[in-house]
Design a protein around this ligand. Structure first.
Ligand code: UT7
Length: 330
């Protein structure tokens, strides 16, 4: 049956590694043990100062196109999920298009924070279903380390940089995206906030910088943790039940990589063995929307995902946003 199929996946993380010990050396009042115990993170990747989000996205996209056996000129639409675009205007996807020399492609960004990759896949699905575009490049890329306050130990330990990508089309063979689900709760979106540079605050000014409005802030992180787990659990249930399947049918869970303790809570709540979670947070931290796209690509390339496997990708992020993709790897 014709449906959204994955032709190729790709990912890229910058080579520079920032360990928990490096953070301690930078003078942060923390320890490797605390970070590992509370988050599961040992290290994260950090883009060099001259590297922008579209550079990371370009590397991941080239790999996805290569796996698909396609060139950038075959792509009709490029959707980039990011909250750290190179510039507010033009869109990050436009910079990516220029770097790929995919002049024929239409481009735009999707802003759904850590849920971005799944939201972008959901948008792609609508265009493919309608027959508007044939080949779509869905990328998710972030330079999160440029949004953090390195003096705020509660948040700066979490984030890293990187990109993931997938080429999708409407066809009747290949890895099948059985469903995508997306949800938003704008009323409660203020707990994960990057206020600076938007129209609500003064545009970038000495005052806004002095107030630290250009930093990503996390209010009530504890509360956010509980809300995230609830939405992860609901999203998994929604993904399987809408396809007439059960949680037990799933071979791999590839959630947004926010905190390893969340995986343990989800596993406990749904009685899922921890071995079914594909984990990258220990080495990359939280790369917002790119996290699950990178994990998917790594699981494909290292052979963890095999033919016939059912893969569930639940996500949760700022906004608030949450949802899932369910994929049968054929
Ligand atoms: O990707 C989007 C979704 N992500 C989220 O929604 C994030 C959800 N939240 C979390 O993952 C966790 O809440 C954090 C990892 C952010 C924090 O972990 P926690 O176990 O909730 O710690 P906490 O905020 O309750 O802080 C516990 C203690 C505090 O000290 P007191 O008040 O008990 O004396 C903090 O000041 O740990 C302290 N603390 C730290 N200590 C050492 C906070 N950060 C650190 C740190 N190193 N880096």
């Amino acid at each position: 049956m014709a449906s959204m199929r994955i032709l190729g996946t790709g990912s890229y993380v910058p080579p520079k590694v920032l360990t928990n010990y490096d953070l301690v050396k930078m003078g942060l009042d923390t320890s490797h043990e605390w970070i590992v115990q509370r988050t599961g993170i040992s290290e994260r990747r950090m883009a060099d100062p001259d590297v922008a989000t579209s550079d990371l996205a370009c590397e991941a996209s080239v790999k996805a196109l290569d796996m698909a056996g396609m060139s950038p000129q075959d792509i009709d639409l490029i959707i980039l999920a990011t909250i750290t675009p190179d510039t507010c205007c033009p869109a990050g996807a436009n910079w990516l298009q220029a770097k790929l020399e995919a002049d024929q492609a239409v481009t735009f960004d999707v802003t759904a924070a850590c849920s971005g990759f799944i939201f972008a896949l959901n948008v792609a699905e609508q265009y493919l279903k309608a027959g508007t575009y044939r080949y779509i490049l869905v990328a998710a890329a972030e330079v999160m380390t440029r949004t953090v306050n390195w003096k705020d130990r509660a948040t700066c330990i979490l984030w890293g940089d990187g990109a993931g990508a997938a080429v999708v089309t409407w066809a009747d063979s290949g890895p099948e995206i059985l469903s995508t689900h997306t949800h938003t709760d704008g009323k409660n979106g203020q707990d994960l906030l990057l206020p600076g540079g938007g129209s609500k605050t003064t545009p970038i000014s000495h005052e806004s910088v002095d107030k630290g409005l250009h930093y990503l802030t996390m209010i009530e992180a504890n509360q956010s943790f509980r809300v995230a787990v609830r939405h992860f659990v609901e999203s998994i249930k929604e993904a399987v039940s809408s396809n007439g399947l059960t949680v037990e049918d799933v071979d791999w869970f590839i959630p947004h990589q926010a905190n390893l303790r969340m995986f343990h809570s989800i596993a406990k709540s749904l009685k899922i063995p921890m071995e079914k979670f594909y984990v990258t947070i220990h080495k990359y931290g939280n790369i917002s929307g790119a996290s699950c796209a990178i994990a998917l690509d790594e699981a494909v390339r290292d052979g963890s995902i095999k033919k016939g496997h059912l893969v569930c990708m639940p996500v949760f992020g700022g906004g608030l946003t949450w949802g899932s993709a369910l994929i049968r790897w054929e």
